[in-house]
Design a protein. Structure first.
Length: 158
């Protein structure tokens, strides 16, 4: 099964840039750790994101890991996402946080982040990468400008 486990960032930003609809076309199932669901429901989370997590589509589910791995340098959401991805044998961990990405790779997980998801969706003809990246950059998403430039160049060459 093509199962992805998501940390807070990718879900939040896919909702905000109106690209969350690509997820079920790319992965059979999306698992959201309970700590991530709480973060997505927080009062300071954008209302569109809160509404999405409250009305979770059937291709997504919220799960708790059976145990909590020691990840002192990570937040609860990142830690649960890594633990669940390992427990469930996930195909992919969706995560933007640099420290979490390093730890996930060290623990043998395949990873991608928000921009990687958008690039894959564009490759499949599901979105316009330039348009969607413009929407993403209107949010508080932080990324090096070179990463965006390189993604747009790869998209242009396809």
């Amino acid at each position: 099964m093509n199962l992805a486990v998501a940390d807070t960032g990718p879900v939040q930003y896919l909702v905000l840039c109106e690209a969350i609809h690509v997820v079920p076309q790319m992965y059979e199932q999306l698992v959201i750790p309970a700590a991530v669901a709480r973060e997505l429901s927080h009062l300071h989370t954008p209302p569109r994101v809160q509404a999405w997590i409250r009305a979770l589509p059937q291709w997504a589910s919220v799960r708790r890991p059976s145990k909590r791995e020691a990840t002192a340098q990570l937040g609860l959401g990142e830690g649960e996402a890594i633990t669940l991805a390992r427990e469930l044998g996930a195909t992919l961990l969706l995560v933007d946080d640099r420290a979490a990405r390093r730890i996930a790779v060290r623990r043998g997980l395949a990873i991608t982040g928000t921009v990687g998801i958008l690039e894959q969706a564009a490759e499949r003809g599901l979105i316009s990468l330039p348009t969607t990246l413009q929407k993403l950059l209107r949010t508080n998403f932080r990324i090096d400008a070179d990463v965006i430039r390189q993604a747009l160049e790869r998209d242009r060459l396809r």
